[in-house]
Design a protein around this ligand. Sequence first.
Ligand SMILES: *Cc1c(COP(=O)(O)O)cnc(C)c1O
Length: 236
Amino acid sequence: MSVTENIKQIRAVIAETAARSGRPPSSVRLMAVTKTVDDERIIEAIKAGIDIIGENYVQEAKRKRDSMDKSLEWHLIGHLQTNKAKLAASLFDMIHSVDRMELARELDRRARAAGLIVKILIEVNVSGETTKSGAPLAEATALVRAVAALPNLSIQGLMTMPPFCDDPEEARPFFRRLRELRDEIETERMPRVEMKELSMGMSGDYTVAIEEGATIVRLGRTIFGERPPRQLKQGE
Ligand SMILES: *Cc1c(COP(=O)(O)O)cnc(C)c1O
């Protein structure tokens, strides 16, 4: 199937799943994750109505953003090295992968220098897998409190990646835990903290994520097809 048909079908699934969960379809936004995808297919996705692009790598996003429609939102979803904070702060509409204070401080400093307020999500490692990025679950609320004190960052919510599993139902407890954490943090009513976004759900498990409250689902393979095995590029 073409990218356009895939997107149409996914939108129908999102609408149906949201409705079944008692949520308006507009409460779930579809992000197209474009790592390794060629520009031609990204442009097809944009023509089919995609308005959030999710990028894993800062340099790749810069090249693409310079050459494409300026009205789109570009979100960083991949791990961010502190030494790329300057470019990331000015390039992205939202950064989903803020998981440590050192990075938050540097982003805040760079945002202030550029005269920007940068929207961020706090990435939480709900499963505790050592190979995953994300703040440990037990430290996430303290991190939100600390980041909330940085004037040039605006916390919009939380992001997570559950462990890889074949059965999407296995991801449900991790999505649910992130939603509960969002609700817990919300009760603190911290200044500059809006807990409105839950960025969770990928190709294999996005319907379960929507049932558990996702507001942004991040889809790559169901839109663009399987990715080739990843090759590391210079400067990543
Ligand atoms: C690659 C990636 C996705 C999309 O994964 P698919 O399985 O292709 O849908 C979502 N989120 C992050 C952080 C990713 O790196």
